[in-house]
Design a protein around this ligand. Structure first.
Ligand code: MLT
Length: 420
């Protein structure tokens, strides 16, 4: 008899964004006249940069000719892309990362899930709350979390990110082995300074722990003092793995290209206390289970680093930043307390009511889709996340609809937060 991985039965409902898509589809079916505006999942709307398209076409033409055709590529990614990343994203910021420490993949979501295959099942994991749900769910699937009791998995050490701590979790009170951090943060949009990040790196070194650092939103950082990479921090090479993606930086959500940085010094221990190279283990895993990202996609990603590619990506980021500014100012003017939206494409809004109720209210009254904060963890209750990824016209229309849908006078709204 074929039996299942029982850990899957511990998962809560469906994947957050699938759940939202289902609710939105039901609303659209019931009210086909409603032109629903989607500011829920962070999915880009602008076309790929022209430099990427040119490189993409050229690479496809190469694939059409026997003389230039390519079959299997290196599992870790082509050198041309790994070198461009190492130089532009790391070495130029003083972060000593070599091309062979970069592993090209089809997504930071997959990598952040797959990486935990390298670690023992009985390690202690620390995960912020609220958080990108993939970190939690993939550990549930692996059997590392225990059962779900009173809204939380028993064995996870939750790092609460709340209004009180400025959405920057404190260091864990107990020893942990694996720590997830994401900055600029999804979903709150909060950021971390070099000084604060140094404390996490020092903690990991002291405790022989490892940090999984998700920097998928680093291109939204506008403050020159904030770190774009954990490798800008002293000592991080031994204790951190970083995830990056072209999805939000260059509009690759549908094209698929990302990378994971695993420095050669990064270490975990076997049960006899011998240190083991995470670079070697990940290389083994990657080359066994993955056959690389397609050649044309890697050429398109390489073009991100050309002068035109850089300028075109910047133009897109600035485009979404303007949307974020409008969302932030609209929600603040309506009296809601907000964070994010400055070094981040996401605005985290305190609704002062159940977050799914607020989600339904915006969907029903304004025809606007957001993401309910509770979907990111119990500390997300009472909040919603609004994404700036859409056209200016749609974001402007969505904000006008929200203004019209919520009563104008402070105190009249069932959702307005009065001390914002
Ligand atoms: C989000 O909306 O949180 C992200 O777009 C989801 C993802 O990157 O997978």
């Amino acid at each position: 008899m074929i039996t299942i991985n029982e850990n899957y039965l511990k998962l809560q409902a469906s994947y957050l964004f699938a759940d939202i898509a289902r609710r939105v589809a039901a609303c659209e079916e019931k009210h086909p006249e409603k032109d629903v505006i989607k500011l829920g999942i962070g999915d880009v709307t602008r076309a790929l940069p022209a430099a990427c398209i040119t490189a993409f076409h050229k690479a496809i033409d190469e694939m059409a000719d026997d003389a230039t055709f390519r079959g299997y590529g290196p599992e870790q990614g082509y050198d041309f892309l790994r070198k461009a990343i190492a130089e532009h994203d790391f070495q130029s910021r003083g972060a000593a990362i070599d091309a062979d420490e970069i592993f090209i993949s089809d997504g930071a979501k997959c990598d952040s899930g797959n990486i935990q295959e390298l670690f023992a099942r009985d390690i202690t994991i620390a995960i912020p709350d609220p958080v990108y749900p993939v970190y939690v769910d993939t550990n549930v699937m692996a059997g590392r979390t225990g059962g779900f009791v009173d809204g939380r998995y028993r064995k996870i050490v939750y790092l609460d990110s709340t209004k009180e701590n400025g959405f920057l979790p404190a260091l864990p009170q107990q020893p942990v082995d694996l720590i997830y951090l994401c900055f600029p943060n999804n979903p709150t949009g909060s950021v971390i300074t070099k000084e604060e990040l140094q404390k996490w790196v020092d903690y990991a070194r002291r405790e022989k722990a490892l940090i999984l650092y998700d920097a998928a939103y680093e291109s939204f950082i506008s403050d020159p003092d904030l770190p774009h990479s954990i490798y800008e921090i002293d000592g991080a090479r031994e204790v951190a793995i970083e995830f990056r993606s072209f999805s939000k930086t260059a509009g690759f959500t549908g094209t698929r290209c990302a990378f994971t940085v695993v420095p050669k010094e990064s270490t975990a221990w076997d049960r006899n206390g011998n240190s083991q190279s995470l670079h070697a283990l990940w290389n083994r895993r990657h080359s066994t289970k993955f056959n690389g990202v397609s050649y044309p996609v890697q050429r398109a990603a390489e073009a991100v680093y050309s002068a035109e590619g850089q300028q075109q990506c910047r133009e897109r980021i600035n485009f979404y930043r303007k949307n974020a500014e409008l969302i932030l100012s609209t929600m603040e003017n309506l009296g809601f307390a907000c964070v994010g939206g400055i070094n981040s494409p996401y605005i985290w809004v305190e609704g002062g009511m159940d977050s799914w109720e607020f989600f339904d209210l915006l969907l029903d009254r304004a025809g606007v889709v957001c993401t309910p904060g509770a979907g990111f963890g119990s500390c997300g209750e009472g909040f919603i996340r609004i994404s700036s990824f859409n056209s200016h016209d749609k974001v402007t229309a969505a904000m006008a609809r929200i203004r019209a849908a919520l009563p104008a006078e402070p105190g009249e709204s069932p959702v307005r937060h009065t001390d914002g």
